[in-house]
Design a protein around this ligand. Structure first.
Ligand code: NAD
Ligand code: DAU
Length: 331
């Protein structure tokens, strides 16, 4: 089987490449990645001799057409992924997430290939803090940020191409991921690397916003479950039911790193900040038999802290610039 993985040099995509090589000896992998600030070839350094790597932009039809012609299945991760960046400059999000997905869809249609589109729970907007409501397949889309609006738009494009042109596609929407190779602009690695750098962790607003955390390997196993058993045209929501406020998550990081639990700064909140995400993942659990395998969040977080401790060479060169960008906004 020939797999084309878009965005395979990013956080989730590179973990997907590693998982696939470890578990699917019959799969031949091509990665296409634009190598934006978030894409890092080092993420694939140990497996470069076992894959084909193409530096290229999915929104360029010339690049994507021949790659899709030459594969059996496309797993489409490539996207601009950080909400805070989308508030600073939405254009790259429109370009990669909307136009990029459009070009992938058109090539998939021309060549009759199977597509799995990776999306996010943020397409639904957010939930009230003091409820037990969850996002389901019936929840209307109501995105808040330019990032989530472009992801919602990309999902709509995929659905329209399935219905109008009969392409063979599935979609998944997962909640917040964590694990190795996550860019240090994101919440968990930013706080871990702040502590490792002697800086105080930074919590937006009062730290009340709630996220549901899924280990990246559990997300990627869910994607393989959909590739193996998913029904064409269907959307699957992926989540663990492990909901925590930013404050509780940060307190656990501080505890696991041997620091006092109040050793952080409260900083400016994110404009339009989504307050709570929570996923009803009954469909993928009951229909396809997926469930998370990582024992629990504490164990996953402990392992993730260990990875950042051991991979200072990977994140240290990025740290000063990431923090300077945040500092400009009082964050
Ligand atoms: P990331 O920012 O770490 O990686 C994105 C990768 O895509 C990078 O390697 C980047 O170079 C590449 N890329 C960006 N634009 C491109 C383009 N035009 N052409 C080719 N490559 C391009 O992001 P991530 O966290 O790994 O997210 C991957 C996907 O999963 C995204 O679609 C995101 O919306 C989705 N997602 C992420 C999470 C999460 O918690 N991180 C949760 C649910 C869904
Ligand atoms: O839910 C899935 C989404 O999760 C994905 O679609 C996105 O690609 C991914 O980036 C993530 O989005 P969030 O905006 O939830 O993730 P982020 O890591 O930026 O922030 C997580 C929470 O932590 C959020 O409530 C904002 C808060 N935060 C973030 C940073 C960077 C802080 O309190 N301090 C920080 O320094």
């Amino acid at each position: 089987m020939k797999l084309l993985i878009t965005g395979g040099a990013g956080f989730i995509g590179s973990n997907f490449v590693h998982l696939t090589l470890a578990t699917r000896p019959d799969v031949h992998i091509t990665v296409v990645d634009k190598l934006t600030y978030a894409g890092n070839k080092t993420n694939l350094a140990d497996v470069m001799d076992r894959i084909r790597f193409v530096e290229g932009d999915v929104s360029n039809p010339t690049v994507i057409d021949s790659l899709i012609a030459d594969c059996d299945i496309v797993v489409h991760f490539a996207a601009e992924s950080h909400n805070d960046n989308s508030l600073r400059d939405p254009w790259p999000f429109v370009q990669s997430n909307l136009i990029g997905t459009y070009q992938v869809l058109e090539a998939v249609r021309r060549h009759g290939k199977r597509l799995h589109h990776i999306s996010t729970d943020e397409v639904f907007g957010d939930l009230e803090l003091d409820t037990t409501d969850k996002f389901t397949n019936d929840t209307p889309y109501n995105p808040s940020s330019p990032y989530s609006a472009t992801k919602a738009g990309s999902d709509y494009l995929v659905r329209a191409w399935v219905r109008s042109f009969g392409i063979q596609a599935t979609i998944s929407n997962c909640a917040n991921n964590y694990g190795p190779y996550q860019h240090i602009e994101k919440f968990i690695p930013r706080q871990i690397t702040n502590i490792l750098s002697g800086l105080k962790p930074k919590l937006y607003g009062t730290g009340a916003a709630i996220r549901e955390w899924t280990h990246v390997d559990d997300h990627n196993r869910a994607i393989w479950t959909i590739l193996d058993k998913g029904k064409i045209g269907e959307t699957y929501l992926i989540g663990t039911n492990d909901e925590r406020s930013g404050k509780k998550t940060l307190e656990l990081i501080l505890e696991l790193m041997g620091k006092p639990k109040d050793d952080y700064d409260l900083v400016a909140d994110r404009p339009g900040h989504d307050m709570r995400y929570s996923i009803d993942s009954t469909k993928i659990r009951q229909e396809l038999g997926w469930k998370p395998e990582f024992p629990d969040f504490r164990a996953g977080l402990f392992a993730t802290i260990g990875w950042y401790r051991e991979h200072e060479d990977w994140w240290k060169p990025l740290k000063a610039e990431v923090e300077a960008t945040y500092a400009e906004k009082g964050q």
